[in-house]
Design a protein around this ligand. Structure first.
Ligand code: ADP
Ligand code: GLC
Length: 507
């Protein structure tokens, strides 16, 4: 198809976070970058987020864009642009629900806001309202792209409507499901017939995510590997049966990365820019990092980094468990992150045991995350499951060899097959300390051969993980969702005229 003939979609892209407006994890990276890539491919896209104070304050050129009442709440819309991009953003304001500082999901006590069900149910109702017949917009979306449980009710709210956009639901992490008791369900004013096993009911609770999984035209996850894994009981969190049932509608599309924000040749956060031809300049970043964090300044010591949420998913317990054995091998380690107090405390304790060899920083620090990517030799990701993972992709681009558990998106992007021409990291099979340490020993053996290490770094840096390719895959997914939607609409139309039709076959 010639570029001129390619379909242009009107896409409403709704998520609960998007960088740089607000970010807690990789979802924000995706929601802040994929719309930019789609806009660059001439789609007419609008990004929709709740109006958290931080998002309002960061929005470029904000201006009021109407107000209405929905479900008893006064809602105001604010429009603007995603900073530094041409992507239009619409924020959903509701002072009672979103006007709170800090984390979008957790209160200052580290626990979920007690009214999260009401907060995201309202957000979802607003989304459904904006694509419905009573929408205050003159702009009519033909594609609705939703992400994770916070937007899961939308396909359920739109289900059965004769005019609605096609709907794609992206699963970034099946472990977060938006589960609430029946008493909460009863307060949300949802149709009672959604309280079924085929609807939102899940083991006596409601699960927001089920709305997306059961009713979206197409489902996808953020890597082909995770798409396969979630159809098994080991990774399905009880939803594998439903996902197998919808197998024909489920696919995996690997995330891209924002290659402008994550570029070692032009990274304002790092001490010394470098590229694959000037890898020697990477050492200055290592020295700067060692100095800044109080590690022994030593170019020969293998410096391993880790950045992320300190939760079991990320295998942070494996890291703690193997840390003393790593130290015996003479490597250095820097860890940045925050999460469960037990992991934060354990890592801080271990850092005190190994002064000059281990540095731990608790908190969220974007500049330091860039410095760790640039200054480390190795990047540890022993995740128990990983839908995609972005840090291994940043690491590849920064020539910082990822050492990963063979799971989900990590298995799809990091290669260690014993082929000098393609290997770009280190991969271990079982989420156990021994397997991790065996991979570390392989890394140390390669570290002792600088030419071979350089070759692997160059292999890593050669990979193209820009969003362009993934954006094209999303276009194909949108086309499929639209075809499914049209088939459903024709079937509904025939049924309305009193005829029956066989369910369409989907591929
Ligand atoms: P997840 O979304 O499961 O947390 P990802 O690897 O997809 O994992 O994305 C995490 C994103 O959040 C990356 O961009 C990573 O650099 C960033 N990040 C996580 N923790 C921190 C932190 N403490 N400081 C800075 N950036 C962080
Ligand atoms: C989730 C996953 C992570 C993925 C990110 C963005 O938070 O845990 O693996 O990279 O979403 O899709």
């Amino acid at each position: 198809m010639s570029p001129a003939a390619a379909p242009r979609y009107r896409i409403l892209f709704a998520a609960s976070e998007a960088w740089p407006l607000i970010k807690t994890g990789g979802l924000a990276d995706v929601a802040g970058a994929l719309p930019v890539a789609l806009k660059a491919r001439h789609h007419d896209i609008r990004l929709l987020l709740p109006a958290y104070p931080q998002a309002r304050a960061t929005l470029e050129k904000p201006r009021p864009a109407g107000h209405f009442t929905l479900g008893g709440y006064a809602v105001e819309l604010v429009r603007g642009r995603l900073p530094g991009t041409p992507v239009p953003v619409w924020l959903v304001g509701c002072p009672a629900l979103f006007e709170r500082p800090g984390n979008p999901y957790l209160g200052p006590d580290g626990l979920p806001w007690p009214d999260n069900a009401q907060r995201f149910a309202l957000f979802d109702r607003v989304i459904a309202h904006l694509v419905g017949t009573a929408s205050p917009w003159r702009w009519q979306a033909d594609m609705l792209h939703l992400h994770d449980w916070q937007t899961g009710l939308v396909p359920a709210l739109l289900h059965g409507q004769t005019t609605r956009p096609a709907c794609v639901f992206t699963i970034h992490n099946l472990a977060y499901q938006g589960r609430f008791g029946y008493s909460t369900f009863a307060t949300l004013g949802l149709a009672e017939d959604l309280w079924t096993h085929e609807g939102l009911e899940f083991h006596g609770d409601m699960a927001f995510i089920k709305g997306g999984l059961a009713f979206a035209d197409r489902l996808n996850t953020v890597s082909p590997g995770y798409a396969r894994e979630i159809m098994t009981p080991d990774f399905g969190y009880g939803l594998d049966g439903l996902l197998r049932h919808r197998k024909a509608r489920l696919s995996g599309i690997l995330n891209g990365i924002d290659t402008r924000a994550w570029n070692p040749a032009h990274d304002p956060h790092i001490a010394s820019p470098y590229n694959a031809r000037r890898l020697g300049d990477k050492t200055a970043n290592k020295t700067a990092l060692q100095r800044a964090l109080g590690l022994k300044v030593d170019a020969d010591a293998l410096l391993a980094g880790n950045v992320g949420r300190m939760v079991e998913q990320k295998g942070i317990d494996l890291l703690c468990e193997t840390l003393p054995a790593m130290m015996e091998r003479g490597i250095q380690l820097v860890v940045l992150g925050s999460g469960e107090a037990r992991f934060e405390e354990r890592l801080q304790y271990l850092a005190r045991q190994y002064p000059g060899q281990v540095a731990v920083r608790i908190g969220y620090n974007e500049a330091l995350a860039h410095r760790i990517e640039a200054g480390s030799d190795l990047f540890l990701m022993p995740s128990r499951f990983e839908p995609c993972g972005l840090n291994q992709l940043y690491s590849l681009r920064y020539g910082t060899l990822p050492l990963v558990h063979r799971v989900g998106g990590l298995a799809d992007t990091v290669i260690e097959k014993g082929d000098k021409a393609t290997d770009n990291g280190f991969v271990f099979d079982a989420p156990h300390g021994e397997a991790l340490l065996a991979a570390l020993d392989r890394a140390l053996a390669l570290w002792a051969k600088p030419t071979a290490w350089r070759r692997r770094q160059r292999n890593a840096m050669r990979a193209d993980h820009s969003w362009r390719h993934s954006a094209m895959e999303y276009e194909t997914l949108y086309a499929r969702a639209l075809a499914d939607r049209q088939a459903e609409q024709s079937a509904m139309e025939l049924a309305r005229r009193g005829k029956t039709v066989l369910a369409p076959q989907t591929v």
